[in-house]
Design a protein around this ligand. Structure first.
Ligand SMILES: Nc1ncnc2c1ncn2[C@@H]1O[C@H](COP(=O)(O)OP(=O)(O)OP(=O)(O)O)[C@@H](O)[C@H]1O
Ligand SMILES: [Mg+2]
Length: 251
């Protein structure tokens, strides 16, 4: 359903242009759950934002159900059924939880709204009429962001580190929620995560490192092969100018 073909992305950083993605290739099939993982700074969030249209690729193409969406705007992609829950969600001062969920679903708050809050471990009575201001904890903001994605009827839902700030008690419910969303609404789900528990949900694991997809594989293979990264070895080697051997690096 989603094809990412040879995607490259250059962004302007503090010290000029940086190539953050290079030659990214992967395909997501209909109705499956995928987990994207990899080292910090490897390019997972940037890949997700490029699929959502927050960044426009510098090279390559992105197709949704065969339609080229490479140069479509964010709102067009949203209309076509792509949703993205940010790693660090915005706090919408001056708006109530109920209103935010109504904007997301395009409907008046209903029993479904209560279900969506329940699915992220929030009690609707306590939250619906609360304004999303600074008094919300990080975990609460994160859960409400996830609920806005549940409230939409999506073809592809992307969750960026949904576990961040979510307590142990709610993690179980959250994993069940992803499975339910996938089965009930036939939504293809891409979860960016560092958690073994989330990796358990994956039909396939997409490994992103150093700005590209280094591997598409199974959970077992990823967990069996967590070894030292090339970049780590190169950095240590350059810094110590060929000094001591570094465990896990072939010299
Ligand atoms: N707007 C930007 N301008 C310049 N560089 C950026 C920008 N956004 C991200 N980067 C860089 O791109 C690289 C990939 O960032 P990204 O946020 O995708 O990492 P990640 O894989 O999601 O990491 P994490 O696991 O820590 O969330 C990083 O080196 C980051 O500093
Ligand atoms: Mg990230």
């Amino acid at each position: 359903m989603l094809e990412v073909k040879n995607v490259g992305l250059t962004l302007k950083g503090d010290e000029g242009e940086v190539q953050v993605l290079k030659d990214v290739n992967f395909t997501l099939e209909d109705k499956k759950i995928y987990v994207m993982t990899g080292p910090n700074g490897g390019g997972k969030s940037v890949t997700a934002k490029t699929i959502m249209g927050i960044h426009q690729p510098t090279s390559g193409r992105i197709l949704l159900d065969g339609v080229d969406i490479t140069h479509k705007e964010i709102f067009e992609r949203a209309r076509m059924g792509i949703g993205y829950a940010f790693q660090q969600p915005a706090r919408f001062k001056g708006i109530k939880v109920r209103e935010l969920l109504e904007i997301a679903s395009g409907k008046n708050a209903s029993a479904d709204t209560c279900d969506h809050l329940h699915d992220v471990g929030l009690c609707a009575q306590d939250y619906l009429d609360r304004e999303i201001n600074a008094s919300f904890s990080g975990g609460e903001v994160k859960r409400i962001e996830i609920a806005t994605i549940l409230a939409r009827d999506l073809k592809l839902a992307i969750f960026d580190e949904p576990e961040a700030g979510i307590d142990l008690w709610s993690m179980q419910r959250l994993t069940e929620t992803f499975e339910k969303m996938n089965k009930k609404y036939n939504t293809t789900i891409l979860i960016i995560s560092h958690q073994e528990r989330i990796l358990d949900l994956a039909a396939e694991v997409i490994m992103v490192a150093e700005g590209t997809v280094s591997e598409i594989t199974s959970r077992e293979k990823i967990l069996g092969e967590i070894s030292r990264l090339d970049s780590d070895c190169r950095c240590r080697r350059d810094c110590s100018r060929g000094g001591k051997a570094i465990a896990g690096c072939d010299r």
